[in-house]
Design a protein around this ligand. Sequence first.
Ligand code: ZN
Ligand code: FE
Length: 238
Amino acid sequence: MEIVRVPVLSDNYAWLIHHGGETVALDPGEAAPVVAAAAARGWTIGQVWLTHWHPDHVGGAGEIRAQGARVAGPAAEAARIEGLHTLLSEGDDIAIGDARATIWSVPGHTAGHIAFHFADRALIFTGDTLFAMGCGRLFEGTAAQMHANMRRFAALPEDTRVYCGHEYTLSNARFAAVAEPDNTAIAARLADVTAMREQGEPTIPTTIALERATNPFLRSVDPDELARHRAAKDAFKG
Ligand code: ZN
Ligand code: FE
């Protein structure tokens, strides 16, 4: 399986997943760069997979659908996403070639947000739920929901690679360093991430091991702690 990061809009990542001769575009916030990245590799996008309804994730889906792709997304957000062929809910799975992703319902950022977990390949696409050193804003859900999501992500094998929807890591790292001033793993990662971004390098994917060590939201012991971090991050000028 090959996974290609495609930067779109200001700080989004769309992902191309290529396996068994098939290509999926995950969260194509705009079509042109995603279609171009596929074409450059000789790939044709046969499916679009969407994590949630926000325009910066679905904006390119219609154009790729018009070129013949099948579109799959959260059943709970079908009324807010045009043209879904396949409706996905907790426990469903969806295939690319002979690889299968299991759907997780991870509400909080949006009410119907889903994640795509390839358990036997140890990778997960988390959209705007789990970010490197952060989590999504709570637009349509509660801290309790997001905390439950974080518990679930934290229980994945340590080597699981995490592919999220935005390059927010530097801002998240600066906040994390304030939220947990005595955490030396956070201090070290802030230095790493700062250097990477100065070089224009992406910081995604991350891993569950790194997030367990350095993500204050994933590390929150209860919903109240997550809520405190979320409120502080929303107001953070780092
Ligand atoms: Zn979003
Ligand atoms: Fe987003």
